[in-house]
Ligand binder design. Structure first.
Ligand code: DAH
Length: 340
């Protein structure tokens, strides 16, 4: 009997099987009611009493070992099966209920602005977000003591030499005029930064689109017609515009442009503060000093420029009341712009 136990013990220890079914076969062979271990327990009953204690211990050890072995092998095959079942089946067709992502509303509006101006010959130019003092301020005729340079408004990246996070996309105008000969007709969309407290109406980062047209006979009438075309394309054919005199260091004369309120159509509501008009951009004729700063012949060439906030246009277009929504990336907000 002792030998039988030893042989079975060895069989248990060295068992190697290939399938789950083989494991089951061995379970039956060893551990079922009619199995070999059970048979040994039967024999044990009639074993001589002087070796019963030792034999009993051995037999118990064999039973535990055999059970452990079977359990271990069973688990091994089951987890391998699970892994195969969970592996991605790359041959499956696309899942039809997967949700489409959506473009950010600012991307949508930026794209629309680009489309509108490219239809009348404007190219798109890119600029840098970290600018030197010359391109962000000096070349644009912004005197050293101008409030826009105040530490309150501008994020300084470096003090000497002075580098700033650009406060306006007008800086791209300067780069373009420095390296490109007129005629120039371009828009420059991009992100700008100002040191402002964040609220529903202001943020420390936002987006602008700058427009620039330089040629021999550019007039204020060209500026007005270009902007009227833009307003109608963007907000609908019955949109009206009005230009109010204003001041910008880099344009002379300067103006701000209002459009008839898109919400109440000019009748008066809380968006237009019951005036029927909402301001959407600044514009003007490029100051000859700016042309000189950029080494363009100010006697031969003239130009107009304009600058608008993309958030402002998007807020009017989609009736969004809080600027912060653009930067929070809340999917409940973004989902509303899913296109078909
Ligand atoms: N850069 C101005 C701003 O950030 C906007 C602007 C006004 C741009 C008039 C222009 C312009 O090109 O002519 O407030």
């Amino acid at each position: 009997m002792n030998e039988k136990i030893n042989n079975l013990m060895q069989e248990v220890e060295t068992l190697a099987v290939q399938t789950k079914e083989q494991v089951e076969e061995y379970r039956i062979k060893w551990l079922s009611k009619k199995g070999e271990v059970s048979a040994l327990f039967e024999d044990f009953k009639s074993a001589p009493s002087d070796i019963k204690k030792e034999l009993g211990q051995k037999l118990n050890e064999l039973k535990i070992k055999a059970q452990d072995k079977i359990n271990h092998l069973k688990e091994k095959f089951e987890s391998a099966e699970g892994a195969t079942a969970n592996a991605a089946d790359l041959s499956l067709p696309g899942f039809p209920t997967l949700q489409n992502g959506s473009r950010h509303p600012l991307t949508l509006v930026k794209k629309q602005i680009i489309d509108i101006f490219s239809r009348i010959g404007f190219t798109v130019s890119d600029g840098k977000e970290i600018e030197d003092d010359w391109h962000n301020f000096s070349a644009l005729n912004t005197p050293e003591n101008h409030p826009a340079r105040d530490m309150q408004d501008t994020f300084y990246v470096n003090v000497n030499p002075e580098m700033v996070l650009r406060t306006q996309t007008s800086s791209v105008q300067v780069h373009i005029m420095e390296y490109q000969k007129p005629p120039i007709r371009t828009i420059s969309p991009g992100r700008v930064y100002r040191n402002e407290a964040i609220s529903a109406r202001a943020h420390c980062q936002f987006h602008q689109v700058e427009g620039l047209y330089i040629d021999e006979k550019v007039s204020f009438a060209d500026l007005k017609q270009t902007l009227l075309y833009f307003a109608k394309e963007m907000f609908g054919n019955d949109t009206k515009i009005r230009l109010r005199p204003s001041y910008f260091p880099f344009t002379e004369p300067s103006a701000e442009m209002d459009i008839s309120c898109t919400i109440c159509k000019g009748k008066g509501c809380n968006v237009c503060k019951y005036t029927g008009w909402v301001e959407i951009l600044g514009c003007g004729m490029v100051d000859p000093q700016v042309l000189i700063n950029c080494k363009i012949d100010e006697n031969k060439f003239k130009g107009f420029a304009f600058g608008m906030g993309i958030e402002r246009i998007a807020m009017l277009k989609y009736e969004i009341k809080d600027l912060r929504l653009f930067f929070e990336n809340d999917v409940r907000f973004l989902k509303q712009f899913t296109s078909a």
